[in-house]
Ligand binder design. Structure first.
Ligand code: 5GP
Ligand code: ZN
Length: 138
């Protein structure tokens, strides 16, 4: 448990939450600022700051818990679809630095919008970035 970590407090039960699922490695609870009805968060019990910090076993467990919730939200809430969202780093909108996956049920009439405008990219730039990511030329 990390000092002053909100989600460590929720996992420990010292900060109240609407818990909806838990297992040996994970806890899932409702987000207090829901993007849609049913918006939940899945966290590892063990503190890790973000996607770069979390261990493989916890990442696997959190992902499986998110899939479990996805099924439940479709069955119980009648969700038409689900977004899994993870923010890694403040610039990527992370505000709580205990790893979490947002499980956001989507409904045909919900107000959410894609946060970027899809436009064709420059194919040379795409290829150059791909080469850097592959590690071509050194
Ligand atoms: P992030 O911005 O890091 O991707 O997501 C953090 C999430 O935690 C936000 O969606 C925010 O609404 C949620 N949150 C912040 N404080 C609390 C809290 O005290 N309880 C619960 N259940 N959720 C919280
Ligand atoms: Zn924590």
């Amino acid at each position: 448990m990390a000092d002053d970590c909100l989600f460590c407090g929720i996992v420990a039960g010292s900060i109240p939450s609407e818990t909806i699922d838990s297992d040996e490695r994970t806890v899932a609870f409702m987000d207090i600022n829901p993007a849609t009805a049913g918006h939940a968060l899945v966290v590892p019990r063990k503190h890790s700051a973000d996607l770069l910090d979390i261990g493989e076993e916890d990442l696997t467990a959190v992902t499986l818990a998110a899939q479990r919730l996805t099924k439940r939200m479709k069955e119980v809430l009648g969700a038409d679809g689900i977004n899994l969202i993870n923010a890694c780093g403040a610039i990527a909108w992370q505000t709580v630095f205990h790893f979490h996956i947002h499980v956001v049920p989507r409904y045909e009439d919900d107000p959410l919008k894609l946060p970027w405008i899809p436009e064709p990219g420059d194919s040379d730039e795409i290829a150059a970035t791909a080469a850097r990511l592959r590690g071509d030329n050194g």
